[in-house]
Design a protein. Structure first.
Length: 439
């Protein structure tokens, strides 16, 4: 379990240096190697991954220019924090190492993102995000399998992760504003076939989230947040037909929001999954959630209990070069950097279409409506509506390089959350280099 220590604490986003002094020039040693690699690959012929026996090593590099009309996610209602737009250069080198040994699969990926601002560099604003993911899976015969994963992030720009649909940072789409952060999520899943039709799955997940306080002109806009989130879930599935399975699930979640309080969630649900055709699959479940919530007030700790409905639905359709995904969720969720449990309903969709051999289009949309789950007297009530969407066009120049044009937007309206209402539009253009893994 990752614990926050001083040695792991990220640096601050805004330095304390004299604002009248010009920002020092950034070290060229970070940028030049990336461009050198780009031009070497550009004039190379057919490329493929490096292979050492069963191990493959796949380097990657993305070079982007982004225009953002609200870089720091400042609220339109905050007169002390003007809306700042900027051009941002982004350099993302990365590497993926994977290995297959018998019944075991292993992979390790790492990516670093350098953000080079044009206007905000005069305020010595700079960003860097590090991301690493470890995963391993092993099969014990035909009946039992185990999979583990760990995702680690550390950096200075939480808001930059809002691209690609926010799936890796929060299900709700609610983000804290730009600032230092550190997150780590670890999970394990075990599947065991009790009989030919009956299968048992167990899932255990833990997340650590740290978000530094957001300050402006000596005023704290958002407090420091440190969360510990854990959950365990057991799922029984029974195959009544090769294309249809019934599911029963029970689960428990414990969320510790540091000095803001804690919550416990008990879940019971029933569901079904259908493979209607070779192209269309559906899944759905419904149940109830029982919430026990504690809120740390100035005088004492107050508690509240409540019962909430739970429902989720998903659909996947794939046909030749077209793929469509849709999901709906109604239930209790963690609101990420805001440090509280909310009752939320959300809808998400994604579309991928390969119109021609070299041309790929992607679009996504997301809507969530969330409010405070408990009814604790004196507690802060939060009501957040978030609308997000965007799309991208990729043209494959060669097997290892694509040109990309991308657009993303966020429109968030929040009450009871300091600075939680903002709009943000981003246009991104650049190149993605990833050497294909050819067996």
């Amino acid at each position: 379990m990752l614990q926050h220590e001083e040695r792991a604490r990220p640096c601050t986003l805004h330095s304390k240096r004299d604002p009248n002094m010009k920002a020092p020039r950034r070290p060229a040693c970070r940028v030049v190697p990336c461009f050198c690699l780009f031009f070497v690959l550009l004039f190379s012929g057919d490329l493929h991954a490096f292979r050492l026996g069963n191990t493959s090593i796949i380097p990657s590099l993305a070079l982007y220019g982004t225009y953002d009309d609200n870089v720091l996610l400042r609220s339109e209602d905050d007169p002390e924090g003007p809306i700042v737009d900027d051009w941002i250069g982004r350099i993302l080198p990365g590497v993926l190492v994977s290995r297959r040994e018998g019944s075991t699969n292993f992979s390790l990926s790492y990516q670093n993102e350098f953000l080079l601002h044009r206007e905000l560099k005069e305020q010595d604003v700079k960003g860097s995000n590090h991301s690493a993911m470890l995963s391993a899976a092993h099969s014990f015969g035909e009946r039992t399998s185990i999979a583990i994963s760990d995702r680690f992030r550390i950096g200075t720009e939480v808001s930059s992760i809002s691209e690609v649909g926010l799936e890796d940072i929060t299900q709700l789409g609610i983000l804290p504003r730009s600032g230092d952060y550190l997150t780590n999520g670890a999970g394990i899943q075990v599947d065991h076939a009790l009989t030919r039709r009956l299968r048992l799955s167990g899932l255990l997940d833990y997340q650590y989230q740290f978000y530094e306080a957001v300050q402006q002109a000596g005023v704290e806009l958002e407090p420091k947040t440190e969360n510990h989130l854990g959950s365990v879930r057991t799922v029984f599935s029974y195959a009544v037909h090769p294309r249809n399975s019934l599911m029963a699930s029970v689960g428990f979640s414990y969320n510790d929001y540091d000095q803001q309080g804690r919550s416990r969630i008990y879940l019971a649900s029933l569901g079904d999954s259908w493979q209607l055709t070779e192209s269309l699959s559906l899944s759905g479940s419904g149940g109830i959630e029982y919430l026990e919530e504690e809120n740390e007030l100035e005088a004492a700790t107050t508690t509240d209990t409540s019962i909430h409905p739970y429902a989720e639905f998903g659909a996947t359709y794939g046909f030749q070069d077209f793929r469509f995904l849709f999901s709906f969720l109604y239930g209790l969720e963690d609101s990420s950097g805001l440090g509280t449990t909310v009752s939320s309903r959300s809808v998400r969709f994604g579309v991928d279409y390969m119109a021609w051999e070299r041309f790929t289009a992607h679009a996504y949309g997301f809507y969530s409506k969330s409010k405070s789950a408990g009814q604790i007297e004196g507690g802060a009530e939060q009501d957040i509506e978030s609308i997000q969407g965007g799309g991208s066009l990729d043209y494959r120049l060669q097997s290892w390089i694509s040109a990309r044009l991308e657009y993303n937007f966020i429109d968030q309206d929040a009450s009871g959350v300091s600075g939680g209402s903002y709009k943000d539009n981003r246009v991104l253009m650049g190149f993605v280099l990833s050497i294909p893994d050819r067996m």
